[in-house]
Design a protein around this ligand. Structure first.
Ligand code: GDP
Length: 528
């Protein structure tokens, strides 16, 4: 089949939400529609209960065995769907940010009772910055929740989105009767009292039809008519171009647990969601239908089994086809590599494949050659723009607790940083290493993994830093910059890329520094 045809079949996306909104449940229902799994309960939640490290270790160990949960692929109608896993726990937000560099669109799940929550806000902000097309799914309609219009307002206000409802609920919670599908112009009803998977779809082109009163009751029919009038009056109509540009977000209502409104979401999704999009590299814009292969590493998954310290590097194919046993250029190392057992993903399994197409994800076994952001091509020098690093929230010195294992410790730290577990800063003054993370949980994870995978022991020491700022002097040779470096020496470090970073101890200190050294720019992310 032609490359263009293969590409146009692909839908690679992520589901983002605050923990507990229903991401795992929705994923599972989508897989059921694809026939990729046969029963509910087959998709393992990657959730960390109560934030306990032991849970995380347990989950990671399971995932180490079944790493395929990082990508869940299935066929639905004539489309190939790739769902990329995005951890909802805030301590792993960076992992999710990076995964968002590999998706072509996202579905945002919101709990009808809780509304827009903190983690959703952060993740949507990243999607907005990158103009990623988003569809919103408001979940748990079988429960009492907020009024639909209030919720739509909240989504617009807090997430900065422009919404257009493509479905609308009839009642809610105890009175939840079903959903009017604005997109398909039909009504889906829960039949009888049981809200269990029973669904009846009745086409209704004209909701003025008095038959509606007979089906859902006169009161519900009237209020649906009023609500839809308001929807049409207040919100812009659906416009696919605007959606694809990230300027308009369709909204669906439903209940993932009851499998209600999920098919509607999926059917609309495969119609409107984008197939693989061109991606900007530092050198040029790369289009998916180019004949030559290119791709980049967006995630590295360590195998938690201490007996095999191998890792799986996840590559998003940006253009062309990736073929087994074919030499490709590892651009950063300027070295040709070939892969005898690239993994593709189907449902929860991974299998060796001969050929994968732009939009797909392949998993490559890695013994330490890759780091996040690395590019593979057929020979061309390309560097895909990744997600920048943001300032971590926590900073600690890392000390070696076993002098005999200094080498192992360095290797372990190095590889864990390549995986993107945390950020490493090396102090200019004395070469001490500082680890920055988004969540305190990571320190325990790092300690555990250093010990179990590398046989190294470490201790931490607090280092009070308010924010890491990436430093850009207007003129690196200026007197002002030299003075800045002299005065701030104690607070200067380099990141893993060798970029200069100012570890400010307070917001006040950032402000003072900016006033005193106006020609030295301070940035809050590593890309500027
Ligand atoms: P995640 O953290 O976003 O992956 O959330 P889960 O899918 O694990 O769901 C969190 C909880 O909400 C679980 O107990 C689900 O059974 C429940 N849940 C998910 N969808 C629905 C729904 O539509 N209605 C109700 N009542 N509960 C739901």
């Amino acid at each position: 089949m032609s490359l263009v045809k293969e590409i146009s079949k692909r839908r690679t996306f992520g589901i983002i939400s605050h923990p507990d909104a229903g991401k795992t449940t929705l994923t599972e229902k989508l897989l059921l529609f694809g026939g990729a799994i046969q029963e509910a309960g087959a998709v393992k939640s990657n959730k960390i209960k109560k934030g306990a490290t032991s849970d995380f270790m347990e989950i990671e160990r399971q995932r180490g065995i079944s790493v395929a949960t990082s990508v869940l692929a299935f066929n639905y109608k004539d489309k190939k769907i790739n769902i990329l896993d995005t951890p909802g726990h805030k301590d792993f937000a960076e992992d999710t940010f990076r995964t968002l560099t590999a998706v072509d669109s996202v579905i945002v799940v919101i709990d009808v009772a809780k509304g827009v929550e903190e983690q959703t806000e952060k993740l949507v902000q990243v999607c907005r910055m990158r103009n990623i097309p988003m569809i919103v799914f408001i979940n748990k309609l079988d429960r009492e929740g907020k009024d639909a219009f209030d919720l739509l307002d909240e989504v617009e206000q807090k997430l900065g989105l422009q919404v257009t409802p493509l479905s609308f609920p009839i009642g809610m919670g105890y009175d939840f009767k079903g959903i009017y599908n604005i997109w398909e112009k039909n009504i889906n009803l829960f039949s009888g009292d049981s809200k269990k998977n029973i669904e009846e779809t009745i086409a209704f082109d004209n909701i003025e039809d008095p038959e509606l009163d007979g089906i859902i009751g006169a009161n519900a029919a009237d209020s649906l008519r009023e609500n839809l009038e308001l929807v049409h009056g207040v919100y812009p109509g659906f416009d696919r171009d605007a959606y694809l540009k990230g300027e308009l977000q369709p909204v669906f209502f439903g209940s993932a647990l009851n499998n209600f409104g999920v098919r509607e979401l999926l059917d609309c999704f495969i119609d409107i969601a984008p197939f693989p999009r061109p991606k900007q590299s530092e050198e040029r814009l790369v289009k998916p239908d180019e004949e030559t292969f290119s791709g980049f590493v967006f995630k590295i998954h360590a195998n938690m089994d201490p007996k095999h310290r191998d890792r799986l590097a996840f590559i998003k194919i940006v253009s062309g086809t990736f073929e087994r046993n074919t030499p490709y250029l590892h651009v950063r190392h300027n070295k040709k590599m070939k892969f005898s057992s690239p993994n593709a993903f189907f449902a929860e399994k991974k299998e060796i494949v001969d050929i994968s197409y732009a939009g797909d994800i392949v998993g490559l076994h890695d013994t330490g050659n890759f780091k996040i952001g690395d590019t593979l091509t057929e020979g061309e020098i390309l560097n895909f723009k990744g997600i920048p690093s943001f300032s971590p929230e926590h900073f600690r010195y890392i000390n070696n607790a076993d002098p005999m294992k200094a080498k192992q410790l360095m290797k372990g730290i190095d590889q864990l940083m390549d995986e993107g577990v945390a950020q490493l800063f090396t102090l200019e003054l004395n070469g001490r290493k500082v680890i920055g993370t988004v969540g305190a949980l990571q320190y325990e994870v790092i300690q555990y993994r250093l010990e179990h995978e590398y046989g190294a022991k470490c201790t931490y020491e607090n280092f009070p830093v308010h924010k890491a700022c990436w430093v850009e002097p207007e003129n690196p040779k200026s007197e002002e910059f030299a003075e800045f470096k002299r005065v701030k020496q104690k607070f200067l470090a380099t990141d893993k890329q060798g970029q200069l970073v100012f570890l400010a101890d307070s917001a006040f200190s950032i402000q003072m520094t900016q006033q005193k050294y106006p020609s030295v720019k301070l940035h809050f992310s590593s890309e500027y």
